[in-house]
Design a binder for this molecule. Structure first.
Ligand SMILES: [Mg+2]
Length: 402
């Protein structure tokens, strides 16, 4: 339709009931108005329909009469606005996701204010989840995502909720690569601390770890220093540590859902392949890169075998896997919590600081500060309902395979 044709924007609200839209459309069907747009939402039984109808001048009055009559019969409220043509073009589109537990009106107020200050318009919003946290998605146009991102991140950090912004478009869908850190990201623990507990040098190791994660120590040096403290441990310690490792809440759901979506998942860890590989196998993850501990005569020598997986190596591995998957970096996602994740978080299309140290939180695209790894799925635009449906489908498949 040429955008010189008159159009009618109808907003219809009221109590929802079965068949309302059918009866509304039946009332205007014979006029053959062109449907330019139609959006409908129901919030706790309250219906809201937004309709944009293109009408030839001859049918204009009849269309208004029919809509008014139908709404009166159905007990709905009708608001009409006359105009010309379609919605204006939506440029610079992005998706802003906010998460909180609880998510408060003040959080939404801050978000919408910052969007407005950057000339953004909210074209659409929807709730993605209520558990384990509340998340909302806003489809924004008119604001430059690169400028909006830091402004929203600052506002969210001050107000105590989480925010993520990504350009709308194909990169949000289809094949992607997601690379995760392991210690304090995929799992709640730091594996080296579990190993150290067996060696009786827990405190010494933890002190070095914390200094390294705060960025005060070179990671490679600190790793060598800590591994030295483990010298003499029998290799059977790996079985004990594997059994002691606890996945982060939502980790299994995240990985299983990403696999259902066909995404490629990789683990990169400054920890140890002896523990990371079995965890990866348990979750069905095939791309794994981590340090290896040197063993002689069934005992740890206190040395790292081969090249150390450090901050640079993690980012290199992300790029390498993206290349192997023939994916541009815009289609990569990295998740991590420590200083040695900074490079890969910066290199990825979307870098997510997960319950991260302050330096990491400050420099990542997105910071998740609630301890649920499956919240990453909401940042990808999935709803809790979709995640639960996928889980139910997996259960069904498991049962039928037995
Ligand atoms: Mg970590």
């Amino acid at each position: 339709m040429a955008d010189t044709v008159r159009s009618l924007a109808a907003t219809i609200t009221g109590n929802d009931a079965p068949g309302l839209l059918t009866r509304l459309m039946a009332a205007i069907a014979e006029i053959d108005a062109e449907i330019l747009d139609l959006e409908q939402t129901v919030v706790r039984g309250q219906l809201s329909i937004g309709m944009l109808l293109g009408v030839p001048p001859a049918g204009h009055d009849l269309l208004q009469d029919r809509l008014a009559g139908a709404c009166a019969r159905l007990g709905l409220t009708l608001a009409l606005a006359e105009g010309i043509g379609d919605n204006p073009p939506r440029l610079n589109r992005s998706v802003v996701t906010i998460l909180g537990r609880p998510l408060l009106s003040s959080h939404v107020a801050v978000t919408t204010r910052v969007i407005a200050e950057h000339d953004g318009n909210i074209d659409r919003s929807r709730r993605l989840s209520r558990t384990p946290l509340t998340s909302l998605e806003f489809w924004v146009s008119g604001a430059d995502p690169a400028v909006l991102r830091p402004a929203l991140a600052r506002a969210a950090a001050t107000s105590g909720f989480d925010v993520s912004i990504s350009p709308a478009g194909l990169a949000r869908q289809g094949r992607r690569l997601i690379v995760m850190d392991v210690d304090s990201t995929l799992i709640r623990d730091e594996v080296i601390e579990l190993l150290a507990a067996h060696a009786g040098c827990e405190l010494a190791v933890r002190e070095v770890t914390e200094r390294a994660m705060r960025g005060e120590l070179d990671f490679a040096e600190s790793l060598r220093e800590r591994v030295q403290l483990l010298a003499g441990l029998p290799v059977s310690v790996f079985d004990d540590v594997r059994a002691a490792v606890r996945f982060t809440p939502g980790a299994r759901t995240l990985v299983a859902t990403l696999r259902d979506l066909g995404l490629t998942i990789g683990l990169v860890s400054g920890g140890f392949i002896e523990v990371v590989a079995p965890l990866a196998a348990e979750l069905g993850i095939t791309r794994v890169h981590a340090n290896a501990l040197e063993v002689a005569d069934g005992r740890l020598t206190g040395r790292v075998a081969g090249e150390i997986v450090d901050r640079a190596a993690k980012a290199t591995k992300l790029r390498e896997w993206a290349g192997e998957e023939q994916l541009p970096m815009s289609r990569t996602i990295a998740i991590g919590d420590g200083a040695n994740d900074l490079d890969m978080l910066a290199a990825a299309g979307l870098g997510i600081a997960f319950n991260a140290k302050p330096t990491v939180r400050a420099s990542a695209d997105t910071a998740l500060n609630l301890p649920y790894l499956d919240a990453v799925l909401f940042l990808l635009g999935l709803s809790r309902e979709e995640v639960e449906d996928a889980a139910a489908a997996r259960d069904k498949l498991d049962l039928s395979a037995r």
